[in-house]
Design a protein around this ligand. Structure first.
Ligand code: ZN
Length: 84
C-alpha cells in the first residue's frame, strides 16, 4: 500500500504513469518537466515551473520555437531594447 492509496507498477524501462487525479490536481500537462529526486527512501517528483526564457517570469507566456517568452520580453525585443 502507498501513503496516497494510489499504487502503480514500474515497467521494465523504469517508467511509472502518474495517476490522472494527481496530474489534474497539480496541473501537470503533456510536455511539462518533472524534477525527480530522492528524499531518504522516497522518490520525490516536482513539477518544474516554466517561465520566460529571458527573464524567468511565469506571466503572459507565449511559445516560440519550443521556448516560452513573456509579453514584456516580446515587447522589448520588438522595440530593439536589451533584455536584462
Ligand atoms: Zn521575459
Amino acid at each position: 500500500m502507498s501513503d496516497s492509496g494510489i499504487a502503480r507498477k514500474v515497467d521494465r524501462l523504469g517508467r511509472v504513469v502518474l495517476p490522472v487525479e494527481i496530474r489534474r490536481s497539480l496541473g501537470i500537462e503533456v510536455g511539462d518537466l518533472i524534477d525527480v529526486s530522492i528524499d531518504g527512501q522516497r522518490v520525490v517528483m516536482r513539477k518544474v515551473a516554466r517561465g520566460c526564457t529571458f527573464c524567468d517570469s511565469p506571466d503572459q507566456l507565449r511559445e516560440f520555437a519550443d521556448r516560452l517568452i513573456c509579453e514584456a520580453c516580446v515587447t522589448r525585443l520588438s522595440e530593439g531594447r536589451p533584455i536584462t
